[in-house]
Design a binder for this molecule. Structure first.
Ligand SMILES: [Zn+2]
Length: 402
């Protein structure tokens, strides 16, 4: 891993950069509104009507925007509506987990065109897993017939990853998953820009683009699954940290004299509150064959041991989340992944614990929500990171008259 200091980008802008920036801004304005006219776009983004007309013409010619007909209810000159072209292009989303590979083709509205899943028999055989992943991607692209309109590929994998180099740096407990250059592998195969992201960041972006945190610019998404990880969107951008490992909330210590963790710490949150830890504890009390679905049912039926276990797990999570909120001050905290399947039993306790540990003025201004997507957030996240790439890097034919 490159340990040199990150160089800050210098702010110089050439005329082409300004043109691209204006295209991205106009496109953003149009996608944030179901339907909007050129005049409204000009007012909202602060460009002259003439400039907006030129940019819109290019965006229509490049397939990103369509005219929707006259807008009703306008006085005087009737205005033509503009909207995102849902057939303009496609992106491919891939989620690689330890048990399966899921590929989906999305349109610009994040609607799924085609989806396929492959089960992984032996995750440790990295070479074989990567080959099956490329095969499944090929299959989905071929069958959906989107090869020529594919503009980006979003890939999420278990972390930690090196975002800059597009590599999985290592996976705990898997020796063959070290320094795997997964981004270049896919990019070289398909010749399409590929974005590699860790799952919690992708889910956080999905919440910002389509879900519970839609209008918020600073969001903390906490995935409480087999491991516990956080995704951070700060001031509208995914925050990854110096090495790309930000968000490892599962390794915050909630008990300094607790058991050692594989990270080197002691008493880490993940060993108290992840679905894996919770299941392990419940199996000790209720028998080794109990599954997480069984526990959800038992909780609904009011089984006292399960109720107490869920509550304890939620308290640990809420307390650690309060620490994270104090550190980054998000507008919205969203909880997702497996433990949220216990519904309000888990969520209310986590939320209450979190809020009770914040200073009054922070408490009053922090929204705490349950993800509406559940496990779906990760799959939607694969589309979100790819779509976001296209929105920031549209392929617009240069215009002749500027
Ligand atoms: Zn740890």
């Amino acid at each position: 891993m490159n340990m040199n200091m990150n160089k800050k980008e210098l702010p110089g802008k050439n005329i082409e950069d300004v043109q691209k920036l204006n295209q991205v801004t106009v496109l953003q304005c149009i996608r944030q509104n179901e339907q909007i006219c050129r005049r409204q776009v000009a007012d909202m983004v602060g460009l002259t009507p003439g400039t907006v007309t030129n940019i819109v013409r290019d965006l229509i010619a490049s397939g990103y925007v369509v005219e929707t007909g006259y807008l009703s209810g306008k006085k005087g000159r009737r205005a033509v509506g503009l909207a995102i072209n849902r057939r303009g292009f496609h992106v491919l989303g891939v989620r690689l987990s330890r048990s399966s590979i899921v590929c989906r083709v999305f349109n610009p509205k994040a609607e799924v065109i085609l989806a396929k899943t492959a089960v992984i028999e032996d995750f440790e055989d990295a070479e074989r897993v990567l080959r099956s992943m490329l095969d499944l991607m090929e299959e989905v692209v071929e069958e959906s017939g989107v090869r020529s309109s594919l503009q980006a590929i979003g890939v999420i994998t278990p972390g930690p990853i090196n975002f800059k180099e597009g590599k999985i740096t290592h996976l705990h407990g898997n020796v063959h998953w070290r320094d795997v250059p997964i981004r270049s592998l896919i990019q070289d195969h398909f010749g399409i820009p590929t974005i590699l992201e860790h799952d919690a960041n992708a889910a956080a972006l999905a919440e910002v683009l389509f879900g519970e945190a839609r209008e918020a610019s600073s969001v903390l998404y906490i995935a409480v699954g087999r491991g516990i990880g956080a995704g951070l969107v700060l001031d509208g951008e995914v925050y990854r940290g110096y090495m790309g490992t930000a968000g490892q909330i599962g390794h915050l210590s909630v008990n300094l004299s607790g058991p050692p963790c594989e990270c080197g710490g002691t008493g880490c949150l993940t060993n108290y509150a992840s679905s894996r830890a919770f299941l392990k504890q419940m199996r000790q009390e209720l028998g080794s064959d109990v599954s997480l679905e069984d526990l959800v049912t038992l909780a609904r039926e009011g089984h006292p041991v399960v109720l107490e276990g869920v509550k304890q797990a939620a308290i640990y999570t809420g307390a650690a989340a309060a620490g994270a909120v104090n550190l980054v001050n998000p507008a919205v905290v969203v909880f997702g992944d497996e433990m949220t399947e216990f519904g309000s039993l888990w969520f209310d306790t986590a939320k209450e614990t979190l809020l009770s540990r914040l200073a009054p003025e922070i408490r009053a201004n922090t929204k705490v929500r349950l993800s509406t997507f559940g496990q779906e957030a990760f799959l939607l996240g694969t589309g979100a990171i790819a779509l976001e790439y296209v929105w920031q890097n549209p392929i617009v034919t240069p215009n002749a008259v500027s």
